[in-house]
Each structure stands twice: as structure tokens, then as C-alpha cells.
Design a protein. Structure first.
Length: 468
């Protein structure tokens, strides 16, 4: 494993897998609720006897709105990989909902066309609802593609949906029906508004994987503050404007109050998310500095203790053995004395790079201090020989580089951690260290014997001790 990195490819902040799982569940629950609501209204429109059993006011949600909401909910369930196939649900649901919303907007923008297409109560939808469904359909269709441009477009579409839903909430709160219909007709039905709000929250839960809203799934203190604070940020403008309208009723018209509260809430939410992202990146950088070795970029001793225990618990839960390798560089003091500390620093950094290039991101590679390194990996002991052989081959290749002024050499010890092993990690580390020291002692004995045995007469050198 390398030094901790903050992912900045398609996301603004690093996401917590546990929170992504929770938000995926929330997305599925909200989508099911919207599907039940919209499906019930559609049944009421399609089956007159069933409609008579529904509560009064259900018909205020047009059939076209209910159909589009149902399709979008199925698309959200597909994104969450629940109940329906995600690809077909996303394209089919988003495409048909986009068509319904487009036809509704045609009816509002061109009344002569709309009279023939969307004249009945069962089909006609309010223009803000049509705009919302158009935005939601585009967001659903663009849900899977990657890239900064697509992620930024999805964020903009979702922010627009939030602003529109908050405007409709404000219109209902301040009794401003002119937003829904120019002729100041009836307010948007409560169950229609609830369906749009739940669809927005479901899409927000999905977009926590990437982009601006990924900050809601960010780990650490910044992520916790954002998750707890964003509902208050949205509610605060409503409370302020409601209080102002009560203290000075003539100061704001209902329409102005609804537009003001939606604008303030959206602006505050985006600002808080951006500031939270900056704090999250700073927190991640500080965490990286506290867990990584500044010279080599691998983990330090403290990080090994923390992450090693996490990896051990994971391996125990999955009944997998762990392999622990302990390395001690040979000859660092001699390199420092003969070539200077800069050469000794390069020796240590080169060896850290050697370990990092032959391990996986899931392995824990750490510098314990000085010239000692440790690797903890989910690898069966029988595969260690192959890994050590590759390391030795790469070591020899590095030493054969043109202009190489020092020799990279090391002594190594290992310990195997069975899934049911209860020994402390420090005890296993000591076991691997003792084996490393035993091999180092044999190498020194061999070097001494080789130096004594080489004579001008024989020219014979004893064989290097093989690893046990």
C-alpha cells in the first residue's frame, strides 16, 4: 500500500464505503415509496372503481406526472441495483419520462399544439413539474458515465432540481400559486410535491458516489459535520423568511418570499458543500502526513499498528491467512560513511519503491524507522517464495544499473498469521524480526568466513547461505 491519496479524478472528496452503502439503501427505500405513490395514482386513473376508494385529492396528480415519477423511480431502483435491471430501467425510464416532460412543456409553450396533445386533466401537468421531470430524466440518463464534464453536468442538474423543489415548497408554504400556474390556479398537490422531493433525495443519495454531493459520504470530522448540518442549512432560510413575513407581512409578496427562500437555501447548501470539501481535503492531507513516512511515502509505524489490526480483522472475518515480512537493509551505515547521507537516503527510498512496486494497494507497507521495513499482506505462505524471488531479481537489476554507486541488500524474516491466531500483532512482528536477525547473523558469518577463506593460493569463496 502506498501513502494515502485523496481521490480527485471524478470526485471532490474521498468517500466512505460504509456511508455509500447506507445511502444506496436510502435511495432504494425512497424509490420504492415513489413507485408505490405513483403506481397508486395511475391505478386510480386507469380503474375508476379503484379511484373511488382513494382519498380525495388524489386526482390532482395527473396521470402523466404519475407515469413519469414511476418510471424515474424504477430507474433509481436500477441504479441502486435493486429489484430491476439497472441498464434497461435507466434508459427506458429516463427516456420515456423525458418524452412525457417534453410533451408537457410543448403544451405550455405552444398552447395550440398542447390543446390537442395534452388537454385532458389526466395528462396535463404543471410547467414546473414538467421542467423538474425533464431535469430528473436527464440526470438519470447521465447517471453512469464518468468524466469531470459529465459529473459536473450531473451536479448542475441536481442543484437545479433542488432549487425547483425548494421553490415549490416555498410556494406552498407562502401560498404563492402563481409559480405553478400563471392564472394563480391551485397549488401543487401535496402528494405530487412529496414524490418530487423523494425523487430528488434518491438522486442525491446516488450522486454521493462522485462529484459535489460526494462530500456527504466523506469520512472524518468534515463528513460528519456536513451530514448533520446540511438539513439545518436548508431549513434556516425558511425559518428566517417565515419570521420576517410574520413580523412585516407587507414587506414580501408570497411569490417573492418563495423565490427568495429557495435561492438562499440552494446557495447556502452549495457554499457549505464547497467549504466542506476544502476542509475534507485538508483533513485528508493532515491524516496522510500523520500516517505516512515523509522520506519514502509508505506508511509509518503508527499507521502499521492501526491499519495492520484492521487488515487482520478483515482476514479473520474472511478466514484468510496473513503473511508478515520483516526487512532490514544491510550496509546503510557504510553507505552513509563512504558516500554521504544523500546516498543513504536514496538507498532507503529505492528499497521502499522496490517493496511498493511488488505489493498490492490492499497490502500494508510501512517503514518502522531507520532501515527497517515491514509488509503485511493477505497472501498464502506458499506464495511467499515467488514474491521473494521477484524481489531478489528486481534487487539485482537495480544494483546493475549504470552509475549505481551503492548496493541494495537486505535481510528478511517472516511470520504467518492464521485466521484463528490470537497472538498480538507486536508478538508476530517480534517473531518475524527474530528470524530476520538469525539470517543476518548467518550472512555476517558467511561474509567473515568468505573473507578469511579467500587466499591468493586457492581463490575459493564459501557458498552464500541459502534462505531457510
Amino acid at each position: 500500500m502506498r501513502a494515502i491519496e485523496v481521490r480527485e479524478d471524478d470526485t471532490i472528496g474521498v468517500t466512505d464505503a460504509a456511508w455509500i452503502g447506507r445511502l444506496s439503501g436510502l435511495q432504494a427505500v425512497l424509490s420504492v415509496m415513489v413507485a408505490i405513490l405513483a403506481g397508486t395514482v395511475l391505478l386510480g386513473w386507469g380503474l375508476a372503481p379503484f379511484g373511488r376508494w382513494l382519498p380525495s385529492g388524489w386526482a390532482l396528480m395527473p396521470a402523466s406526472t404519475a407515469a413519469a415519477c414511476l418510471l424515474l423511480a424504477l430507474g433509481q431502483l436500477g441504479l441502486a441495483r435493486r429489484i430491476v435491471a439497472y441498464r434497461s430501467a435507466r434508459y427506458l425510464g429516463g427516456g420515456i419520462a423525458l418524452g412525457l416532460a417534453g410533451l408537457a412543456l410543448v403544451g405550455h409553450l405552444g398552447p395550440r399544439w398542447g390543446e390537442g396533445l395534452l388537454a385532458t386533466d389526466a395528462v396535463r401537468m404543471a410547467w414546473p413539474v414538467a421542467v423538474y421531470l425533464l431535469l430528473a430524466s436527464l440526470t438519470l440518463l447521465l447517471a453512469r458515465p464518468r468524466g469531470r464534464a459529465v459529473v459536473g453536468l450531473r451536479d448542475a442538474l441536481l442543484v437545479a432540481q433542488l432549487a425547483l423543489v425548494l421553490t415549490l415548497v416555498g410556494a406552498r408554504l407562502f401560498t404563492a400559486p402563481g409559480i405553478v400556474a400563471p392564472d394563480a390556479g391551485p397549488l401543487l398537490a401535496l402528494h405530487t410535491l412529496a414524490g418530487l422531493a423523494m425523487l430528488t433525495l434518491a438522486q442525491l443519495a446516488y450522486q454521493a458516489r462522485a462529484g459535489l454531493f460526494s462530500l456527504l459520504a466523506m469520512p472524518g470530522r468534515a463528513g460528519r459535520l456536513l451530514r448533520r448540518g446540511w438539513p439545518l442549512v436548508v431549513l434556516l432560510p425558511f425559518l428566517v423568511v417565515v419570521l420576517a413575513s410574520r413580523l412585516a407581512p407587507a414587506s414580501l409578496s408570497p411569490l417573492a418570499a418563495a423565490l427568495m427562500v429557495a435561492s438562499l437555501a440552494t446557495l447556502l447548501l452549495v457554499t457549505v458543500l464547497l467549504m466542506g470539501g476544502w476542509n475534507g481535503r485538508l483533513e485528508a492531507r493532515l491524516r496522510e502526513l500523520s500516517l505516512s513516512d515523509p522520506l519514502t511515502g509508505v506508511y509509518n509505524r503508527h499507521a502499521f499498528a492501526v491499519l495492520g489490526e484492521q487488515l487482520r480483522r478483515l482476514a479473520r472475518r474472511e478466514c484468510e491467512p496473513l503473511s508478515l515480512l520483516y526487512f532490514d537493509l544491510d550496509g546503510v551505515k557504510r553507505v552513509n560513511d563512504e558516500l554521504g547521507y544523500e546516498a543513504g537516503t536514496r538507498l532507503i527510498a529505492d528499497f521502499a519503491g522496490l517493496l511498493a512496486s511488488h505489493t498490492r494497494e490492499s497490502d500494508v507497507v510501512a517503514r518502522l524507522g531507520g532501515d527497517e521495513f515491514v509488509v503485511l499482506m493477505r497472501m498464502h505462505p506458499k506464495h511467499l517464495t515467488g514474491l521473494l524471488t521477484r524481489l531478489e531479481g528486481e534487487r539485482q537489476a537495480l544494483n546493475a544499473r549504470p552509475g549505481q554507486s551503492f548496493v541494495i541488500d537486505y535481510s528478511q524474516g517472516e511470520a504467518v498469521i492464521a485466521p484463528d491466531d490470537t497472538a498480538a500483532l507486536s508478538a508476530l512482528l517480534a517473531q518475524a524480526e527474530s528470524r530476520m536477525l538469525a539470517r543476518k547473523a548467518r550472512k555476517r558469518a558467511w561474509a567473515t568466513a568468505a573473507e578469511a577463506a579467500v587466499t591468493p593460493a586457492s581463490g575459493h569463496t564459501p557458498p552464500r547461505p541459502a534462505p531457510d
